[in-house]
Design a protein around this ligand. Structure first.
Ligand code: GUN
Length: 309
């Protein structure tokens, strides 16, 4: 495993099977996220109001607690107003729907994000809650109205992680038009909407998933691989065509080999892929920061539309 340097630098001289190759260019999220946040800030300054992002979480799953607090904190850091509703895991569906309705009607609220997934024990329907959010405030882009707009090529709010992946590739000058993009994972949150965005960008798109008979052969066809399944190190070097671009959306907590109590974060892509790919996004420090930047960008877009700018 080479020592990967930040922000797209190349490290030469790595050896694999005796052949001299270059390690992958690192698609670091921070500089791309900073560029997106700078755009958000510029737009924000032209607004007659301060946009407000409200984040809702049910239960106290440690990863969800971390992500929701970070989202609210990052909003504040950018100069937005923010709110965080931390609801108990046994909260009733009625209470959640009433909260969403009150946020929909609150003119000071520009964007609403309800963190997923809900706790396994929760009786609250994810589908009902997502459907209750005003599509104009759906900064997560998960309401079916926004899903429909995405597939109909109409303007709407885009899901944050897929839009963040597109912004990350664009930041590093990687064009997908005419490329074969293989997306591993078919979730509502990432795989399916990303396929729509890749099509919009004129890529040839394949979605592979758990029932794909020969995943390795499918992934090997790709010019660009996006892994979004939540399985640690599922994508190995043998599955990647030399020179392909690989984007790792996975965030998996595994036991820390150094004995750390909180475990260690790893992606869906094995680090050895850096020896084969021409470019690879790291975990952490890749797509994750793009998701949050895109959420804040979406909140500014929502505020713009609400104030008809
Ligand atoms: N859980 C993991 N990623 C996301 C996301 O982008 N939005 C929401 N609402 N929940 C998530």
């Amino acid at each position: 495993m080479p020592d990967l340097s930040p922000d797209g630098a190349r490290i030469d001289g790595a050896r694999i099977d005796g052949a001299r190759i270059e390690a992958a260019r690192v698609l670091a999220g921070e500089p791309a996220a900073a560029a997106l946040l700078a755009q958000a800030q510029a737009k924000m300054q032209a607004l007659p109001i301060v946009p407000k992002l409200v984040v809702v979480r049910i239960g106290d799953d440690p990863a969800s607690v971390y992500y929701t607090r970070m989202k609210a904190r990052r909003a504040k850091k950018l100069g937005m107003a923010s709110g965080l509703h931390e609801l108990p895991s046994d909260v009733s569906e009625t209470a959640v729907l009433e909260l969403v309705a009150s946020l929909n009607h609150d003119p000071l609220v520009s964007g609403i994000l309800v963190q997923l997934p809900f706790p396994k024990t929760s009786a609250v329907s994810q589908a009902k809650v997502l459907a209750a959010i005003d599509p104009a405030k759906d900064v997560d882009g998960l309401h079916v109205a926004n899903t429909g707009r995405l597939w109909a090529d109409e303007p709407g709010l885009l899901p944050c992680t897929p839009a963040g992946v597109m912004a990350l590739l664009a930041h590093y000058g990687i064009a997908v038009a005419g490329q074969h993009v293989v997306i591993v994972g078919r979730s509502h949150l990432v795989g399916k909407p990303l396929a729509g965005l890749m099509l919009r960008a004129n890529a040839t798109v394949t979605i592979a998933h758990s029932r794909t008979p020969d995943l390795a052969a499918t992934v090997r066809q790709a010019d660009v691989v996006v892994a979004a399944v939540g399985r640690p190190w599922l994508i190995t070097a043998a599955m990647v065509r030399p020179g392909a671009v690989v984007v790792d959306v996975g965030i998996n907590r595994v036991p820390d080999p150094d004995g750390g109590e909180d475990g260690k974060l790893v992606g869906d892509v094995h680090p050895e892929v850096a020896m084969v790919a021409s470019a690879l996004s790291p975990v952490p420090g890749g797509v994750g920061v793009m998701t949050v930047a895109q959420l804040l960008y979406n909140t500014v877009l929502a505020a713009e539309q609400q104030h008809q700018l």
